[in-house]
Design a binder for this molecule. Structure first.
Ligand SMILES: [Zn+2]
Length: 321
């Protein structure tokens, strides 16, 4: 049988990442284009297909050699229709992404949210190592979550399953983008870490963060990790709080899923062991011993490629040949 290919697309608020990937997982080419946010992102599907067509030509591939297009969008996705219900950063509302891609390309298209495709990507070619049960947590500006149970990414009735970042961890906590208060990502994202650092500075605590703030006009999550490593007590306390809350939320999610792998990715995970060691400790404190025994924490391996790889896997898994 002739080799088939899939197109993986990972749509973000700034760039759209794309890749042509063999069924075996070999990446033929990956590239990115700018996300055109004009007119509420109306031109994005057309931009995607135009760019893909050009690359197919370059590689001498016909669209009949493609299994389909998989795409991830930053928002809530109805997987059964491939519609994006809401993607705030793009401006999409009830946007029929899968239909539009199918009409443009004449190929089957499947759509899921960006955190789910990242989880699938890590599980196919990255740190997940094709686990049957896995929790992926992406800690960046927000906290994204993707859950694989019994070999499938779970979406739920309207595409909202696995939203670990919106588990409530403080019933009267800071406001979240989702309109509620005290979600995990208000504490454990880069944004949450910076918020806590700013609070400490404002309330006049003695910390090196104040000096950094005065020097740079702002504090980054990286500053907090570096200051903690250098012995700053306030920064250490913030990291302790972050890893404790994160460990608690992941332990609760793990009680539902009983995963063999917990994959931690995103910009904040660059802190490496400084994050992972206390996180594992907090997790062990809150999880059932049998859940802890079965679960291995691993750092995500694919970085920014996880999305396009997972989107291509979505095509392969759906077998829409
Ligand atoms: Zn929230």
């Amino acid at each position: 049988m002739a080799e088939k290919y899939a197109v993986g697309v990972d749509i973000g608020g700034t760039t759209v990442k794309l890749a042509i990937i063999k069924e075996t997982g070999d990446i033929i080419e990956k590239w990115e284009i700018k996300t055109n946010l004009e007119d509420n992102g109306a031109s994005i599907p057309g931009d995607i297909w135009k760019s893909v067509s050009r690359k197919l030509e370059t590689h001498g591939l016909r669209s009949s050699e493609l299994l389909g297009i998989g795409a991830g969008a930053p928002g809530f996705v109805d997987k059964s229709t491939g519609d994006v219900a809401v993607a705030v950063n793009i401006g999409w509302k009830d946007f029929a992404l899968a239909d539009k891609l199918e009409q443009l390309s004449g190929l089957p298209a499947v759509v899921d949210n960006d955190a789910n495709i990242a989880a699938l990507g890590e599980n196919w070619l990255g740190a997940g190592n094709q686990a049957e049960n896995l929790i992926a947590v992406t800690i960046g500006t927000g906290v994204g979550g993707g859950i694989i149970a019994n070999g499938k990414v779970i979406s739920g009735v309207n595409g909202t399953a696995g939203e670990i970042g919106h588990i409530t961890v403080e019933t009267d906590g800071a406001p979240c983008n989702c309109g509620r208060n005290g979600c995990l990502e208000t504490v454990a994202s880069a944004t949450g870490i910076v918020r806590q650092a700013n609070q400490s500075v404002e309330s006049g605590h003695k910390t090196v963060l104040t000096t950094l703030f005065e020097k740079n006009g702002k504090i980054s999550a990286k500053d907090v990790f570096e200051s903690a490593a250098a012995g700053d007590r306030i920064s250490s306390r913030i990291i302790e709080r972050v890893t404790d809350v994160l460990g608690l939320a992941i332990a609760n999610a793990a009680t539902v899923v009983n995963p063999s792998k917990i994959v931690i990715g995103g910009g904040v995970s660059d802190a490496g062991e400084q994050l992972l060691i206390p996180l594992r400790k907090a997790f062990d404190k809150y999880a059932l011993p049998r859940i802890s025994d079965g679960a291995e924490f691993v750092k995500a391996k694919l970085g920014n490629d996880a999305g396009v790889i997972g989107a291509a896997y979505l095509v392969k898994q759906n077998g829409k040949a």
